[in-house]
Ligand binder design. Structure first.
Ligand SMILES: [Ca+2]
Ligand SMILES: [Ca+2]
Ligand SMILES: [Ca+2]
Length: 384
């Protein structure tokens, strides 16, 4: 018991330390093992207020990519800084979350002698929105390539009198799939990338979630959200309060394309589906939400009357999978029709039908809701 308690205390302390770090202290993020060189293997940078990212290009041809969240794109910058063992000639690259080129730089225009690099803030080639990006570093001079084997960025080496101190914009509409390392001329080494605008705060992410209904099966699809952890799907029938959670396979690191999941045998009802997850630093995210009517075989849904019993009025909700007109009739228990009304329905939207007591004695009444292909009834009780 004593040992367990001590361990618990340690865990608590570590948690407190982690939370303390998250609540504002600037962070130094180390490379773990070896950061990958394609979007699918980029190392996620966790935490907020990231100030530096440090690691090592272990070989001349090592390339390291990091997933970062830029929450202040106008002030985003990244620069390699000198230190013992630092790589002697670096290049820095920024790609969007899917690996499309944003901008790159070889030599810092403010310090071209160092051969270190700067992705300058406020540059027209720089990031135009907050969100998730991939920051890359290599030696001079690896060349990022698209799936067509073409260069992703304009290259200073393309000109006869190359200026290595410019910011280079995209030269391709492809995303990063490989690197040309045949021209690398400088050895690897350690690096420290100092960044600004990388605070890891919540950026709006939209997974473009969509639902397609077939019978009583729904296919839900959404864009990959590479930086999202513990992705889960939640669903609720509209009439219920509780959301039930369906854990999904962690979609982290998957890039490009769309994910999809099929949910079968849904009971006829109104549903909301919600895609949720967590940012790497633990911030909860809602990535998409979609409403869906799963109609009964006849294409209609009619709720029970509510409240029931009622004192002065009740209502029911009618929905259809197509534009429709239904007839709503009210009978007493002797089968006498007391009211008759036509209700116009718009496809995939709820129509609320009110049953006003006005003049009805207390007792049980039958509501019949019908159209050419539908006939259903509900009971409503009025009490004094
Ligand atoms: Ca490395
Ligand atoms: Ca690497
Ligand atoms: Ca350089």
């Amino acid at each position: 018991m004593q040992r367990s308690f001590a361990r618990l205390q340690l865990v608590t302390l570590l948690l407190a330390a982690a939370i303390g770090t998250r609540s504002g202290l600037a962070q130094s993020v180390p490379e773990i093992d070896d950061a990958g060189q394609v979007p699918a293997t980029a190392q996620p940078v966790t935490g907020v207020s990231v100030q530096t990212i440090s690691g090592e290009l272990t070989d001349d041809w090592d390339i390291d990519l990091f997933r970062i969240t830029i929450d202040d794109h106008e002030n985003f910058s990244a620069t390699t800084t000198p230190g013992p063992g630092t790589v002697v000639d670096s290049r820095l690259y920024l790609f969007d979350a899917n690996g499309y080129p944003v901008y790159m730089n070889d030599d810092d225009p403010n310090d071209p002698v160092s051969n270190l690099s700067l992705l300058a803030a406020g540059h027209p080639f720089g990031p135009q929105t907050d969100g998730d990006y991939i920051l890359g570093i290599s030696t001079y001079f690896a060349i990022p390539l698209g799936s067509d084997n073409e260069k992703l960025f304009t290259e200073p080496d393309d000109s006869t009198a190359p200026d290595y101190t410019v910011m280079n914009g995209p030269a391709s509409s492809m995303m990063l799939t490989a690197w040309d390392i045949s021209n690398i001329q400088t050895p690897g080494g350690t690096y420290t990338i100092t960044v600004s605008g990388v605070n890891g705060a919540l950026a709006v992410l939209d997974a473009n979630m969509q639902a397609v209904l077939s019978g009583r099966s729904v296919t839900l699809s959404w864009n990959s959200m590479p930086s999202v952890r513990n992705l889960r799907l939640e669903q609720t029938a509209k009439s219920r309060i509780a959301w039930t959670s369906v854990p999904l396979q962690d979609a982290g690191y998957v890039v490009g394309g769309r994910h999809q999941v099929v949910i079968n045998d849904l009971d006829p009802a109104w549903y909301s589906f919600r895609l949720a997850g967590y940012r790497a630093d633990g911030t909860p995210l809602t990535l998409g939400e979609v409403d869906l009517l799963v109609p009964a075989n006849n294409g209609f849904i009619v709720s029970d009357a509510f409240p029931n019993p009622a004192s002065s009025s009740a209502f029911l909700t009618i929905a259809s999978d197509a534009d429709n007109v239904v007839e709503v009739e009210l009978f007493d228990l002797n089968g006498r029709r007391l009211r008759q009304e036509r209700v116009t329905l718009t496809a995939h939207s709820n129509s609320r039908y009110s049953i006003v007591r006005a003049g009805l004695a207390s007792g049980v009444y039958v509501l019949r809701i019908r159209s050419a292909r539908f006939n259903s009834s509900r009971l409503v009780t009025f009490v004094d």
